[in-house]
Design a binder for this molecule. Structure first.
Ligand SMILES: O=C1C[C@@](O)(C(=O)O)C[C@@H](O)[C@@H]1O
Length: 251
């Protein structure tokens, strides 16, 4: 399995990498959060741009991305617009979503772009091509905030993302019981052992699923999300604790 390397960070090798989301509403808040990130034990920063008030004004978004890049220096940056239907803050038309992701990639300020894998095959294929053309990596994603799909279905979705050319397939699911967490972990391990030729990311959300955010090295999830001040999804623990636990488990 080949890791995905961004700005020297090898995702898919060794300890799972830590990603901290930024969820500010204004440019000021976003840049202040980025400043704080510089002091934290993290590998990647995610800009959850769906929280940004001006995200649908492209020029403003590109300017904020530019300033984010300046603040973050060499820290890899993942750009994510999480749509309302997958648990995000704002609804967006498919056309606008496609344009936003490609233009942000072309700006050169970000290293990875999140593409929701079930947006429509044609649109996803075009986005992956456009983002790759800009020299940027694609994290394909799928979120189920109500339930945990069956193991075969989780594997099928991750395989589809891989087949469509995503660099890193990612799936987050909500457990309704502890066994759902086992299902998610089982699917992750099966994917890693039998199907994946690239890193994948999975997580079971909320309190019941926290263990899945810590166990990536054992079961095959290459990156885990931890919170600075404000979490972007249920179940993210503080980044300092996360870094400590991952290090202990590794040792
Ligand atoms: O896809 C994900 C994973 C996530 O939903 C989580 O559960 O940690 C958090 C999101 O910010 C990110 O885009």
């Amino acid at each position: 399995m080949k890791p995905v390397v961004v700005r020297g960070v090898a995702i898919g090798e060794g300890i799972p990498k830590i990603c901290v989301p930024i969820v500010g509403n204004t440019r000021e808040e976003i840049l202040a959060a980025a400043e704080e990130c510089k002091e934290l034990p993290l590998d990647v920063v995610e800009w959850r741009a769906d929280w940004y008030d001006q995200v649908l004004e492209l020029e403003e978004t590109l300017e904020t991305a530019r300033q984010l890049r300046t603040v973050l220096g060499e820290i890899p940056l993942l750009f994510t617009f999480r749509t309302k239907k997958e648990g995000g803050e704002k609804a967006i038309s498919t056309q606008e979503y496609e344009k936003l992701n490609i233009q942000v990639a072309e700006s050169g300020y970000v290293d990875l772009v999140d593409v929701e894998a079930f947006t429509g095959d044609e649109e996803v294929t075009r986005m992956i091509e456009g983002i790759h053309k800009a020299g940027v990596k694609v994290v394909a994603s799928n979120h189920d905030f109500d339930q945990t799909p069956k193991k075969d279905e989780i594997v099928r979705r991750l395989m589809k993302m891989q087949e469509m050319g995503a660099d890193i397939p990612k799936l987050a699911a909500m457990p309704t019981c502890s066994r759902d967490v086992l299902t998610l972990l089982d699917a992750t391990l099966t994917m890693q052992e039998m199907h994946a030729d690239r890193p994948i990311i999975t997580m079971s959300m909320a309190g019941t699923g926290v263990i899945s955010r810590l166990a990536g090295e054992t079961f095959g999830s290459a990156l885990t999300f931890g919170a600075a001040k404000k979490a972007s999804a249920p179940g993210q623990i503080g980044v300092e604790d996360l870094a400590w636990i991952l290090k202990k488990l590794h040792a």
